[in-house]
Ligand binder design. Structure first.
Ligand SMILES: *Cc1c(COP(=O)(O)O)cnc(C)c1O
Length: 349
């Protein structure tokens, strides 16, 4: 993370803010932001600051530890903690102005015991079978006496627009919505808000699409990439025909070639699955990764005529949709595994 790192994460402020603006327009002004997992690896504090400047008011993290790392919250901003409230979270939770998303009867009892007069959020499980009260629990009287700001549920299959579970979950959520136990209702993540306006309710909670991920075909061309990777050349060398490169000697030069060793590897979220697929680019010239990905290094083949020396910088291809296809990893995994060796540079390109 220091200023002289040989790895850089370029983060496009205009794209981040532009993506939020697009999603806010699609949801007719009902767009929050999921900034859990350190803002999907980009830096939750910076993401929060830029999005708040753009007009975003509602933020979501996973845990109270993430609330702590985010630092103080400006007035007018709302922060919800998706994993709810453990006994050991209580004293911290009561000292800050974030709300737990209560998910279970025991969490609700805990909140009633210690903070009955304070606003909270509630998660109801409408069919994903992850966090949340059952529909029966939500209808049982358990929620009486709570000051519920947001009633949430989460979609299991929103990235498959035709999956029947979407409609089933929507119907369940509409039943909750008609009961008006909460001030606002929130169902859609990134993929969900691209489904149909029926899924928007009062507040959407996109994460992935803010950070340039493409959650749905409808997002293509609309959502702009935010993240690009840049890695410095450690060494340049000539390899003769028949020589192998890297661990396992998995690549053999079919002719004399020049290669550059770059400072990026699987410890930086540049996974071994990029073997035979990844590429880095210098001055618009693509250079394929050759040999296995090491922990801290990759080797790229230099086309004839491309002048490269130690200390030069390459941009490493990391277009999320394509990288996900190449590696078999999800766009979420690619973003959140970038690691902490990058120097983050927020910029307006
Ligand atoms: C992570 C998460 C989101 C954001 O999901 P994306 O698919 O990244 O848009 C929204 N709501 C909940 C409950 C989540 O856990």
């Amino acid at each position: 993370m220091n200023g002289s790192s040989s790895l850089r994460l370029y983060l496009d402020i205009s794209a981040l803010v532009g993506n939020w603006n697009v999603l806010n327009r699609i949801t007719a002004g009902a767009c929050g932001a999921a900034i859990k997992a350190n803002g999907y690896g980009l830096g939750a504090q910076s993401v929060k600051t830029y999005l708040a400047q753009a007009g975003c008011r509602d933020f979501f993290v996973s845990s109270w530890d993430e609330v702590r790392r985010l630092g103080s919250l400006d007035s007018g901003l709302s922060l919800s903690v998706l994993h709810g409230l453990r006994e050991e979270d209580l004293s911290y939770a009561l000292s800050v102005n974030a709300r737990p998303v209560l998910c279970s009867p025991s969490m609700i009892q805990r909140w009633k015991n210690y903070a009955a007069d304070r606003p909270c959020d509630v998660m109801v499980d409408t069919g994903m079978n992850r966090l949340g009260l059952t529909m029966e629990q939500a209808a049982s009287g358990l929620l009486e006496g709570l000051k519920i700001e947001n009633m949430l549920s989460h979609l299991a299959c929103a990235d498959e627009p035709d999956h029947p579970l979407n409609q089933k979950q929507l119907i369940q959520f509409q039943i909750l919505f008609t009961k008006k136990q909460a001030k606002r209702y929130s169902l859609a993540n990134s993929a969900g808000l691209f489904l149909d306006s029926a899924y928007h309710f009062d507040l959407a909670r996109p994460g992935l699409a803010l950070y340039g991920g493409i959650p749905s075909p409808k997002a293509e061309g609309v959502i702009k990439p935010v993240v690009s990777l840049s890695a410095q050349v450690i060494q340049v060398k000539d390899v003769t025909k028949g020589d192998s490169i890297g661990y396992g000697a998995c690549f053999t030069a079919s002719e004399k070639m020049r290669v550059a060793i770059l400072h990026i590897g699987y410890a930086d979220g540049y996974w071994r699955a990029f073997f035979q697929k990844g590429q880095a680019v210098k001055e618009g010239v693509p250079c394929p990764v050759v040999g296995r990905i090491s922990m801290d290094m990759i080797t790229v083949a230099l086309p004839e005529g491309l002048a490269v020396q130690e200390g030069d910088w390459f941009s490493v291809d990391f277009a999320l949709q394509k990288a996900a296809e190449q590696t078999g990893l999800s766009q979420y995994e690619l973003l959140t595994s970038l690691g902490d060796r990058y120097q983050s540079i927020w910029h307006h390109p």
